[in-house]
Design a protein around this ligand. Structure first.
Ligand code: SAH
Length: 267
């Protein structure tokens, strides 16, 4: 879809790009093809979040369409695709119960900028059913997702993403690749599921507590006594001054598992 085709699409629907729905439509067809090519390397079924004008959606054949489901919050756009006989869930992707959907392998989409972070937390923690995600997201979120310890971008989202997925950078999108152009550039990332080392929801609760007050020392954030926490930290060559943002995802997993096993031995 180029700018002209995108404008025509919007005209036909008597609508306009809505900011609160992050409607920045991809107009770089080379990039669209690259994303869809990544998706087609997986065997499906596939789910696309936010088809919009169809920059990605239109690159699937009639046959491939049969194993593609679309999730779209904008009513007019959702109806457009329904009328074209696509399987459409007219829903907010953030409210989807992923575990209740039929089996699928791959989630993909050019994500509305404001939902990338929260969506990634949900799909990491609650879904064990998808193998791959190919997602375009705001550059800032992509940097946070891939950040290393002790950098300004490193935090809860980095630990969750790196615990549950192998992450690979696929492509960059400039603001000129969208209509209308957003304020910031985007990155396309590929997420390949890892065998989950920890139960997602409990691990997320644990991390939220560890990162609750960034400035505070980690020893005060662990749900065990101070002396136990000191011993545990020393086992990973850390001390009472260590802060959450210094720890690698592997170290968080170790702490979490140790604390869980202590708890269950007390029960
Ligand atoms: N994939 C298209 C459109 C991207 S714009 C392209 O690349 O051109 C983002 C799309 O996501 C829009 O269609 C918007 O209506 C939809 N959207 C926004 N918030 C959503 C949400 N919470 N759940 C599902 N779809 C959403």
């Amino acid at each position: 879809m180029n700018v002209k085709e995108t404008k025509l699409f919007l005209q036909e629907l008597h609508t306009f790009p809505r900011k609160h729905l992050g409607q920045n439509f991809l107009i770089n067809s080379q990039l669209s093809r690259k994303i869809v090519c990544e998706v087609k390397q997986t065997k499906g079924p596939w789910i696309e979040i936010g088809p919009g004008s169809g920059a990605l959606t239109r690159l699937f054949s009639e046959e491939e369409k049969k194993i593609l489901t679309l999730i779209e919050k904008d009513k007019k756009i959702a109806n457009y695709w329904k009328e074209k006989n696509y399987s459409v869930l007219m829903q907010d992707a953030l409210k989807i119960h992923w575990t209740k959907l039929p089996y699928f392998t791959t989630l993909f989409g050019n994500l509305p900028y404001q939902i990338a972070g929260p969506l990634l937390l949900k799909t990491s923690v609650f879904s064990k059913q998808m193998d791959t995600m190919i997602l375009m997201m705001q550059k800032e979120v992509s940097l946070r997702v891939r950040a290393k310890p002790k950098t300004k971008d490193y935090g809860l989202l980095s630990v969750i993403a790196q615990t549950f997925w192998h992450i690979q950078w696929i492509a960059e999108a400039g603001t000129q690749d969208f209509y209308p152009p957003p304020k910031v550039a985007g990155h396309v990332l590929r997420f390949q599921a890892k065998i989950s080392p920890v139960p997602g929801n409990e691990f997320l609760t644990f991390l939220k507590s560890c990162f609750a007050q960034r400035r505070k020392k980690l020893i005060h954030r662990l749900p065990i006594s101070l002396s136990q926490a000191e011993t545990l930290l020393s086992e990973i060559n850390r001390n009472t001054n260590t802060r959450a943002e210094e720890l690698t995802p592997e170290e968080f997993i170790f702490l979490f598992q140790e604390i869980q096993s202590r708890k269950s031995s007390q029960d």
